[in-house]
Design a protein around this ligand. Structure first.
Ligand code: UDP
Length: 385
C-alpha cells in the first residue's frame, strides 16, 4: 500500500477556522491523507470554541501574536514560526484558506520549501488593492504561488483564469464555499445540541412580544471602515433604532479597540441596541437564523445569510462576493447613511420582499470536492443554484 499523503492545514483566524473545519473533517475521514492541523495563534480566543464545536483537534499551535504589533511584524513572526513548523512536519501539501496574514505567510513559507500549496476560496477579487486591506493583496500573492486553486464559484474561477496563473487549467476547480458546508453542519449540530445564550433568548423574547417586532444582526470590523465611516454607520443604526420602537439590534462588538470605542460611544446604552462580545459561532448561527435582516461588512456573513434566506446589507463600497446581489439577498450600502437607513427601514417595516434560501456561494458539499480534487479523483464541480 502506498504511503498516505501528509497534508498540513494552516489557519489563524475565526473565518479560516470556520471554513477549514469541514475540510479537515473530510480529509481526516479519507484514508488517502494524513492530516495535521496547525494553528498560528492569530485569533486564539475566537478560534478555540469553533474547533470544539466541530470536533477539530489541533496538532500544533504556534504563538505569533504580540501586543500592538504592526502588520509587518506579524508577517515576520508568522513566516519564521511557519517555516520552522513545515521543516519539522515535512508535509506533501500545505492547505491555506482565504486571504489572512496567516494564509499568505503559510503559502510563502511553503513555497520557499517547494511544498505545493492548495488554496481554499481562491479567486476572490475586488481589484482594489486597499479594499479589503491587506486581504486583496494577500490572496493575490497566494494565487501566484498556489499549485491547486479551489475557487468557490465560477466567477472566482474566471478571475483566476484572467490572471493567467502559472498552473495548468486542471489545477483549478470550482468547489463551492466550505463556509456553506459549515452552516449545514452547524445547523445540524444545533438541532441535536441546542445552546443556551443570552442574546438568542433576548431575540426570541423580543419577537414573542408582538408580530411587528423585528431584529437586525450587525457585525463590523473592516480596517477600511474604521474612523469616520464607522461613526456614520453607527449613527445610522442609532437613527433607525430611534425611529422603530419595535426594533432590536444585536451587535457583537469586534475586539479591535478602534472599532469598539466608536461603537460604544455612539450606540452604548441605547435601549434597543444590544452590544455584546463576539459570539461563539453556534450562537452566531442561531442569531443569523432568527434575524429579519443583517447589516455587515463581513465576507463570511455575506455568504452564509443567503443560504438561510436572509437579506444582507453590506457596509462596503465593493464586494468580492457579487453572486448574492444577483439572487437579491445582498445589497451594497457602503457607509452611506441614506442607503443604510433605506435598507434598515425596509427590514424593520417588513416591506422587503420575502427571500427563500439561495445557494449562490456553495451547496454545502464543497469539502468533498476539495478532497476529491486533492486525491486526483473525478468529481462534479459546483454549479450555483
Ligand atoms: N462570526 C461569529 N461570531 C461573531 C461574528 C461572526 O462566529 O460574533 C462568524 C460568522 O458566522 C462568519 C465569520 O465569523 O462565519 C466571519 O468572520 P469575520 O467577519 O471576522 O471575517 P470575514 O468573513 O470578513 O473574513
Amino acid at each position: 500500500m502506498s504511503a498516505r499523503q501528509k497534508v498540513s492545514v494552516v489557519f489563524g483566524t475565526r473565518p479560516e477556522a470556520i471554513k477549514l473545519a469541514p475540510l479537515v473533517l473530510a480529509l481526516r475521514a479519507d484514508p488517502t491523507f494524513e492530516t495535521q492541523v496547525l494553528f498560528s495563534g492569530q485569533h486564539p480566543d475566537l478560534v478555540r470554541p469553533i474547533l470544539d464545536f466541530f470536533g477539530v483537534g489541533v496538532d500544533s499551535a504556534l504563538d505569533i501574536m504580540s501586543p500592538g504589533q504592526s502588520l509587518a511584524s506579524l508577517t515576520a513572526r508568522a513566516m519564521t514560526a511557519l517555516d520552522g513548523a513545515f521543516r519539522a512536519l515535512r508535509p506533501d501539501w500545505v492547505v491555506v484558506q482565504g486571504d489572512t496574514t496567516t494564509a499568505m505567510t503559510a503559502a510563502l513559507a511553503a513555497f520557499y520549501q517547494k511544498t505545493p500549496v492548495a488554496h481554499l476560496e481562491a479567486g476572490l477579487r475586488t481589484h482594489a488593492i486597499y479594499a479589503p486591506f491587506p486581504e486583496e493583496i494577500n490572496r493575490r500573492c497566494i494565487g501566484q504561488l498556489a499549485a491547486l486553486h479551489w475557487a468557490p464559484t465560477p466567477s472566482a474561477a474566471e478571475a483566476l483564469r484572467a490572471e493567467r496563473l502559472p498552473v495548468p487549467p486542471a489545477r483549478l476547480a470550482v468547489t463551492g464555499n466550505t463556509g456553506i458546508d459549515a452552516v449545514r453542519l452547524g445547523v445540524e449540530l444545533l438541532r441535536r445540541r441546542p445552546i443556551e445564550d443570552a442574546d438568542v433568548h433576548a431575540v426570541v423574547a423580543h419577537r414573542a412580544t408582538d408580530p411587528t417586532a423585528r431584529c437586525v444582526l450587525v457585525t463590523t470590523h473592516r480596517r477600511e471602515n474604521v474612523g469616520a465611516p464607522l461613526r456614520r454607520l453607527c449613527e445610522s443604526i442609532r437613527g433607525a433604532a430611534d425611529a422603530h420602537p419595535h426594533s432590536l439590534f444585536v451587535l457583537p462588538v469586534h475586539p479591535n479597540p478602534e472599532v469598539a470605542e466608536t461603537v460604544r460611544q455612539v450606540l452604548g446604552g441605547h435601549p434597543r441596541v444590544r452590544l455584546t462580545v463576539p459570539k461563539e459561532y453556534p450562537a452566531f448561527l442561531r442569531l443569523l437564523e432568527l434575524a429579519d435582516g443583517i447589516l455587515t461588512d463581513s465576507g463570511g456573513v455575506q455568504e452564509e445569510a443567503p443560504s438561510l434566506g436572509k437579506r444582507v446589507l453590506v457596509t462596503r463600497e465593493c464586494t468580492e462576493r457579487p453572486e448574492g446581489i444577483g439572487t437579491g439577498h445582498v445589497r451594497l450600502v457602503g457607509c452611506d447613511p441614506e442607503a443604510i437607513r433605506r435598507g434598515l427601514d425596509e427590514i424593520l417595516e417588513g416591506t422587503s420582499p420575502h427571500l427563500a434560501p439561495a445557494f449562490p456561494y456553495g451547496d454545502g458539499h464543497a469539502a468533498e470536492r476539495c478532497v476529491a480534487s486533492l486525491a486526483g479523483r473525478p468529481f462534479a464541480e459546483f454549479v450555483p443554484a
